[in-house]
Design a protein around this ligand. Structure first.
Ligand code: DC
Length: 255
């Protein structure tokens, strides 16, 4: 009766974590769920990384780790403490006491600074700028990358950022680099703010995005860069559905 069944799940007790058990050759049919794997999605601001990473993770039933949020939380801590972000020694000192954490509620990432949920606050434009500036410091990058590796080492996840495929997880199973023209990326950010009822200056947003790209891709440590083995996708003229389908096709080809 189970000849065509490729998977059966049995819950035996409330706190039991179900695990996939494959019979005969069934494992090769779904390599993506049969073993732990990580997907790296890198790219500049507004390239569609976070939207796609979220959807992909949801689709695959795995965790989505927004690594940018972690740098943003560090930046918020620096802004609050009045630390000069260009002062390396001051940033090192700050990072000794900063406690960034991520938790998940209903599959949605919440970013914590100590015990405070700063998920909303870290999206402010001044935090975006400060995040780009603070992320060039080694003391910040090493601490964040270590946390990211620890999370990715424990479970399958989609991580989005700037250096996931090149530095954090150079052995990630799947690597993508999303990009789009600065115009399109600024328009997406503008629409996001507009949807929240926030009026922002489009040209200023575009300038900020270009300045952030420059800062992120020219820093000495783990700059924004496509990994040699990452699949590059220009999302400028693509819908979200098209980008998602493109990623899934590429993954299927590799499986
Ligand atoms: O993805 P985001 O816009 O939320 O990221 C905010 C800043 O954090 C970005 O300008 C650079 C930095 N960042 C980084 O250096 N490395 C990452 N993996 C993610 C973000």
């Amino acid at each position: 009766g189970l000849a065509l069944c490729i998977r059966a799940m049995l819950f035996v007790e409330r706190n039991f974590t179900p695990r996939h058990v494959y019979l005969r050759g069934a494992r090769v049919l779904r390599k993506d769920i049969a073993q732990k794997y990580n997907i790296a999605i890198d790219g500049p601001a507004g390239s569609g990384k976070s939207t796609i990473a979220k959807l992909l993770a949801n689709d695959l039933g795995i965790l989505y780790l927004d690594t940018g949020a972690m740098y943003r939380a560090c930046a918020l801590a620096a802004l609050r403490a009045g630390v000069d972000i260009t002062d390396e020694a001051a940033v090192i000192l700050l990072m000794r006491s900063v406690c960034v954490n991520v938790t998940y509620e209903g599959g949605v990432q919440h970013t914590l600074l100590g015990t405070e949920d700063v998920t909303g606050l870290i999206r402010e434009p001044e935090v975006s700028k400060a995040a780009s500036a603070i992320s060039k410091h080694e003391s910040v990058r090493m601490k964040m990358a270590e946390m990211q590796r620890e999370i990715a080492g424990k479970m399958s996840c989609v991580l989005d950022g700037r250096d996931i495929g090149t530095f954090v997880l150079p052995d990630a199973d799947f690597k993508f680099f999303l990009t789009a023209s600065p115009e399109v990326r600024a328009r997406r950010r503008y629409d996001e703010f507009a949807a929240k009822g926030r009026a922002v200056d489009f040209e200023a947003l575009k300038r900020d995005i270009i300045a952030r790209d420059e800062q992120d891709s020219t820093r000495a440590i783990a700059p924004l860069k496509k990994a040699d083995d990452a699949v590059m996708i220009d999302t400028s003229d693509m819908t979200v559905e098209e980008v998602l389908a493109a990623l899934k096709n590429k993954m299927q080809e590799k499986i």
